[in-house]
Design a protein around this ligand. Sequence first.
Ligand code: ZN
Length: 186
Amino acid sequence: MIVCGRSLDIFFDDIEWFHGFVSPGLVLGGLMVDWAQELIGPHVEADAVSETRHCLPDAVQIFTPCTIGNGWLKVLDWDKFALCLYDKRKLEGYRVWLDLKKSRLFPNIYNWYMRRIAKEDLPLEVLYADILSARRSVLSCRAVRIETPFRKKPIKGIKVCTGCGEAYPASQGEKCSTCLGEGYYV
Ligand code: ZN
């Protein structure tokens, strides 16, 4: 079995190397990326959207060239287990998601995702085996056109903060956000 161009061993190794540990969300996410990549074809420069901050962004970052840092991956905080790969010029691509109705045929996957079973009652090896045998039969896909392309906000000007001496985008105001009291640390 080949997933995202890798043997299963390497698929699991790459997840562990990047994510720190293997998780069901990443195994499933890898299968979702695999399908989206196949649908979009090999020679397309794709951007990606993850509709959750959990697990899926790492599946995209491990198995595609899209990362948060290079701006090709957008992460929406919707907690929907869905992702989209699309041609960044034509703005056309495919959305792949965990189809709950289909997942009912695989009770372990359904119960895991719906948090209906305690972790100790569902050994991970069992869940991984189910996810790998289900493969695309718990997923759905649809061709989509991107209506509102995600664009990086350009930084228009840089100022030096009079409070901390660090550079910051001038659009934030007279001082940097931290010195204006919006910092996350004390
Ligand atoms: Zn400052």
